[in-house]
Design a binder for this molecule. Structure first.
Ligand SMILES: [Zn+2]
Length: 241
């Protein structure tokens, strides 16, 4: 049992050191993450606009060939006008000519609108792109800063992680999940000890009867105030990490 308690305390000590290393990174990981999100959003906006532009250019090309076809037919109809034999034929042809005229006008108007849209989109893309360059520079710098910090503590972190793995393999599954649960709820501190008759986690006085029981080191006790796992001073002093 004493070993079970010791392992929990050792695990806490290792995690304290890992947390300290993590703290050295400050806001950098979060900043990098936020910048990545922002960059992705801008890239998406740009590709959406580029796609819209491409589609509008495709539509314009289609309209242009429609205009060509309509103009050609119109020419033919106009030539036929000279050969009409009666009013009925004449009316039918003028109707066709008017129709082709309308088609040309419609497609031309649409193309003017599409050209405007294309120009607006191009302007918008030009406006966004410098921001993307700016953010890309910024994220590169932040990533470099982070790399320097990580690199400086790489060996220590690896050593601690190896020690942690070893402890994890020795710890009871239930103890580990309780530890992880409390660690998450209590900002990293899952195990507390007794200092001047109080819980080192929340500083509330631990009743003397409980202190006596704790000194037996034969049971897992939780602080009745903060819920942390409590170990005796004997255990905390025996663990020198
Ligand atoms: Zn407590």
């Amino acid at each position: 049992m004493i070993n079970r308690l010791k392992i929990l305390y050792e695990l806490q000590k290792i995690d304290d050191q890992l947390d300290e290393l993590e703290e050295l990174r400050g806001d950098l990981p979060k900043t990098v993450e936020d910048l990545e999100t922002e960059i992705d959003e801008i890239k998406n906006t740009i590709s959406e606009k580029e796609l819209q532009r491409k589609e509008s250019m495709g539509k314009r090309k289609k309209n242009e060939s429609q205009i060509e076809i309509a103009t050609e037919s119109q020419k033919k109809f106009k030539a036929q006008l000279y050969k009409v034999r009666n009013n009925k034929e004449y009316d039918a042809l003028t109707k066709e000519i008017d129709h082709t005229e309308e088609l040309v006008k419609k497609h031309e108007a649409e193309n003017n609108e599409l050209a405007d849209l294309s120009k607006t989109l191009a302007d918008e893309i030009d406006e966004i792109k410098p921001k993307l360059d700016e953010l890309s520079d910024e994220i590169k710098k932040k990533k470099d800063d982070l790399k320097v910090i990580i690199k400086a503590n790489e060996k220590e972190e690896a050593k601690l992680n190896t020690q942690r793995k070893k402890l994890e393999s020795q710890i009871k599954k239930g103890d580990l999940s309780a530890y992880m649960r409390i660690r998450k709820a209590k900002k990293g501190k899952a195990v507390a000890t007794i200092k001047r008759s109080a819980c080192s986690g929340c500083h509330n006085i631990v009743p003397s009867q409980r202190q006596l029981e704790l000194r037996q080191n034969n049971r897992l006790f939780y602080c009745e105030y903060c819920g942390r796992i409590l170990v005796s001073a004997e255990i905390s002093e025996s663990v020198a990490v």
